[in-house]
Design a protein around this ligand. Sequence first.
Ligand code: HEM
Length: 261
Amino acid sequence: MAAQTDSRAPTRLSEPHHTGSPRPGPRRALILMALAAVGVALASYRFVFLGLEASFFVMLAQIEARPLAFLIHVAASPIALAIGAIQFFPRLRAARPGQHRWLGRLYGLAILAGGLAGLVMAPTSVGGPVAGWGFGLLAVIWIAVTAQAVRLAMAGRFDAHRRWMVRSYALTFAAVTLRIYLPFFMAAGIEYPAASVYLAWMAWVPNLVAVEWWLRRRGSRHERHAAAQAPTVRQGPNPAFVEECQRQSTLMRNDTEMIRT
Ligand code: HEM
């Protein structure tokens, strides 16, 4: 499966290996991921009570430079972060396919708004141009990968849709990974503006590499499984046996001709 086998045949959302509960390990990872995502999303919404300046005081320059884009970004992006996490639970997806589709549309719209706003903010990143390029590239890839995932869902190619959504969410999850790495910089006495030069890249490049590796590994596991399930293909006859038969039949033909003459 994975990137190598983007099957064109439509597959149903309710395929057995996607609807059942994931094994305990992956299930725990899924729950942990969802908790982290919803936690960061909720924390980001503190600006509703505290105001933008008080909530994101390290970004006063950014707020002053791009007030509208900043507001749109911090309002829309957490919605994508929270919704995306829920969408990966197989049981919820199978039990309520209609809800999955509506949440998917909302996820896509939130990324379009949050990503475009992020792109507008990138050139004025508080970390300067290197951070700006990191965030800017992330914004472009985030929108493009998500658009591809949505397009595949609309075309009924759900297997490929799933893989692209995994990639999309790996990028969305940059909001969480950035906040996981940030305290290490703080502990080393590096403030956000200097740290963001690294964080603007570290937050998403490893995520993308990790899910690509995971998708490929999972793909080859599914292929091996499918090969094991497939009915055994009857092997053709042994070539040596065929050759011997041909030799015998030639000898018999020669004998027959000798008898006739
Ligand atoms: C994945 C694509 C994303 C891009 C390209 C992006 C871009 C940016 C940029 C450029 C800034 C300003 C940082 C600076 O000036 O140094 C920022 C801040 C912020 N972003 Fe994003 N962002 C993305 C995803 C998200 C997500 C999914 C969330 C969800 C929580 C989020 C929430 C925030 C918040 C709350 C801030 C304000 C400062 C902070 O608390 O870190 N962003 N983002």
